[in-house]
Design a protein around this ligand. Sequence first.
Ligand code: GAL
Length: 670
Amino acid sequence: MAAKRFLHGADYNPEQWIKYKREVWKQDMERAKQAGVNELSVGIFSWSFLEPEDGVYDFSWLDEVMDMLHENGIRAILATPSGARPPWMAKKYPSVLRMDHERKPNVFGGRHNACYSSPDFRRKVTEINTQLAKRYANHPALYMWHVSNEYNYECHCPRCQEAFRDWLRARYHTIDNLNDSWWNTFWSHRFSDFSQVESPTTPSMLGEWESPNHNLAWRRFCSDHLAAFFELECEPLHKYTPNIPVTANLMHTFPGLDYFDLGRRMDVVSWDNYPRWKGDEEDVAISAATSFKHDLMRGTGGQKPFLMMESCPGAVNWGDHNTLPPPGTVLYQGMQALAHGSDSVQYFQFRAGRGGSEQFHGAVLSPDGSDQTRAFREVSETGRMLEKLDEIAGSKTDNKVALVYDWHVRWALDYAWLGHRFDQKYEETVQAHHTALTAAGYGVDVIDQLSDLTPYKAVVAPMLFLLRDGFAQRLTNFAKAGGVVMLTYLSGYVDEEDLRYMDTPPLEALTGVRVDECDAFTHGHENSFLWRDVQWPIKEVAQLSTPITAQVLADYQQQFYKGMPTLTRNAVEKGYCYTLQARTHIDCLTAVYQDLLQSHGIEPLVGGLPAGVIATARYGADGQRYLFLLNSQREPVSAALPAGLTNLLTGETTQGDTVLNAFSVTVFRG
Ligand code: GAL
């Protein structure tokens, strides 16, 4: 078995340099060695070079690249090229062009814009993927497949409309079931046949755009349709290279795709990480957001090690203001990925092109190939660091606290006509709970409503607005068996079909409170509640509820609902369900989690961490624990750590108070 190693690599586009390959490719290999680069992702946008004319393939350059990578000890992550089409394809097969919500077809250009229902596109993708899989099946450099690039999908062409209708037929069987599920008697929208259903026209409002149920169905269809396209892409890969793992690079909370569903279909999840570091105190929040995204991405892959497929070793160029990342960013960013379970640190891209819209995007190498740049030095430093940490590669997390983030909830809230109509802040809220849990010292797994709950002692599910079939019961069983559940306002309002309940809502027995109303406000609507003798501010959302069996732990201090509960606890056989009825400050959430979880014997990885410091842990197959301490502050801090942890890089052992360097990640064994 090959020794465990972290991947250290980048997207690599050698075909852009084919005219200068003698010098440039040679220099690329030298620089890769200098920087400790052991992986390069190739072929991502190479279709027009691989198939310059319909059915005419040219793999000679890729053969050369693959051989060169192998000779230099570099693993190849080989892409399928569907992320961007060659121009001839759009001319010859116009069905490959997407149609927007106004039913206007695109013209050739850009990328990530193919119609996945197009029979021509499907055929051409299958053909080229088959060619690639057959040709490189036994190539020693082939390490993994990288399917397409940052998949997204929304197309309103006639074929996609038909595919949507087929999807609806399969889900609802009869048009009456669909009408009932979408509450179509409202505004006289009852269909008499599936053929009358059209995709929603948000945001143009040309046709249907207001129905939450219709919109949710369209989101679900788009996600399923794309997942099916992913399966189509994988077929030849699985057939000809059954032992080569498959990944697709994701974009954290991208709304267009249920990444848990897609993640369950791949061998390894990978994602593209582009935090915009500032070099000041704002980095604490940026780091916290990035930690949430890493945990979410690991979750979509079932908590296995994942890959950080892209990150920028300099400034990106697509923002309005592309601030330079301060020195040390590459290392922090890479180590943060490792801390959350990544088995790689990869960049976009290895060598920047001379032209194209990404000519000024940060890269390991500028077009001149110099090794004297800050980016190159920082990448090389990270490479050296990774080599010292290789024993951690492949190790897994084992967290006891799960946090629910579910795309179906997100979609339902995106289209929900209630509260803060245009932004219910689902993502922001789940992330705030993540930040609070990690600030309280816990390692967190992010899961969806289909995930297994048995590994956990506590499940936190903020704004669980839509209940997918069976989840309320599974959550209740989890509590009955001794688990701790934490819920909030806006939970359990609608069922799987986005319909309100006629009977007792399924979460009522679990929470022990009856939800009466929910208030949404902005400024000038003060409220607060008391916890640990501190008045904590309530912002934006306050749910009004009446306790049935729950005990009230805190109540509203102002407004006409003064005295109604803000925090309740309900005993459910061996476990408990807490419900936080209002939105509050992260520091308050941190205090609440510290108190509540510890009161149930759920211990943090490290308690009493200073602000801006979090801990994560990975465990080797032999049970060896690796503890990561992330200090996202721009100054060193002293943390009271347990004695006897060995710093993996310095060999020093902790005695108690330990200094964590400014903006650093420290790894301990023990
Ligand atoms: C990613 C994309 C890359 C590159 C990069 C630039 O989203 O996958 O191909 O465009 O952004 O930041």
